[in-house]
Design a protein around this ligand. Structure first.
Ligand SMILES: Nc1ncnc2c1ncn2[C@@H]1O[C@H](COP(=O)(O)OP(=O)(O)OP(=O)(O)O)[C@@H](O)[C@H]1O
Ligand SMILES: [Mg+2]
Length: 297
């Protein structure tokens, strides 16, 4: 069998190289400086993250990918201020992060809407907590609900919505506080493939329309390459930075790019980083349940 020849993902077109040069001239919104996280119990110590450093620039779409258990959720919890690093620090606009704050919007995989509140009230909740009057909170909430395409569902309750719609409300709720950075932990992980593809294009439209930096956790390679400017690839046990991959696929993205040589080469490169090809294929014993007439190979 002949492997298809793919270009090296590093061969960036001049246009793409210029895009990354411009990206790195923008201000740094969020920075991880030597983040380590050790979980200690009586029995053992687990190093979930070891010396993870990176920068996310203004209006960047940065994904984090890596095998299960490599510390992705731990990292996003530390970035959000929900958990503390054992050593190292997180900076937001140059200032250390110690606790959750309105400048960091969060969207998780599980549906986290308040089931007893309507869509509108769910989005208004954070705004009212932040001290806005009811009328202002309501008009701002409606803008964000409109932005995610759910204006007709404002008075519905979460149980009346599909999984994709619930996540759109969660995105509207996170954006309503006008955060500097949107932190997303496998937000589309529970959705079927078609809904997931739709949500990806919604998210890209929102990202283009709003001045926001997104840090997006996924373990779906296609999703990471399709959405991201750059992808932070983590190793497991302990979770540490394997490589920061600059995605050489031109922006703005469209579904047809899934078959571009640069797209496939980037996917292939990350696949090899995460699952290095084993030296030799293991030959498993065969139990014959077919007759010669059934032979299909
Ligand atoms: N509160 C905790 N106490 C002890 N160990 C923890 C805790 N949270 C995470 N860990 C451990 O830290 C490591 C990283 O976990 P984490 O959930 O961050 O991984 P992940 O990359 O998000 O995995 P997945 O892809 O399955 O979501 C794992 O070995 C996990 O068992
Ligand atoms: Mg996780």
């Amino acid at each position: 069998m002949h492997a298809i020849e793919l270009p090296s993902y590093k061969e960036q077109s001049p246009k793409v190289a210029e895009r990354f040069a411009r990206l790195k001239q923008r201000e740094v919104i969020m920075e991880a400086e030597g983040i380590s996280r050790i979980f200690s119990s009586e029995k053992e110590e687990i190093t979930a993250l070891s010396d993870v450093s990176f920068k996310a620039y203004r209006r960047e779409f940065l994904s984090v990918i890596g095998p299960s258990g490599c510390g992705k959720s731990t990292l996003i919890r530390i970035l959000s201020g929900l958990d503390q690093a054992t050593s190292g620090q997180v900076l937001l606009d140059g200032k250390p992060v110690a606790e959750p704050g309105p400048e960091r919007g969060m969207v998780f995989q599980g549906y986290t809407l308040f089931p007893w509140l309507s869509v509108k009230k769910n989005v208004m909740f954070g705004l009212e907590v932040a001290g806005l009057s009811r009328a202002t909170a309501e008009s701002e909430a409606m803008q964000w609900i409109d932005m995610v395409g759910l204006a007709d569902f404002a008075s519905h309750y979460p149980a009346q919505l599909s999984g994709g719609m619930k996540q759109r409300v969660a995105i509207a709720r996170a954006l309503a506080n006008q955060p500097r950075v949107l932190l997303m932990d496998e937000p589309f992980g529970a959705l079927d493939a078609q809904t997931r593809a739709k949500m990806q294009s919604y998210l890209m439209q929102i990202w283009r329309n709003v001045d926001i930096t997104i840090i997006f956790i996924t373990h779906d390679l296609d999703e990471a390459v399709y959405l991201s400017d750059r992808i932070l690839v983590l190793d497991a046990h302990p979770g540490r930075v394997r490589e920061m991959v600059e995605v050489p696929v031109e922006q703005p993205r469209s579904p047809a790019q899934h078959l571009n040589p640069e797209f496939l080469a980037t996917k292939n490169h990350i696949e090899e980083l995460i699952h290095p090809p084993s030296e030799e294929e293991e030959n498993l014993p065969m139990i014959r349940m077919t007759t010669v007439q059934d032979e299909i190979f």
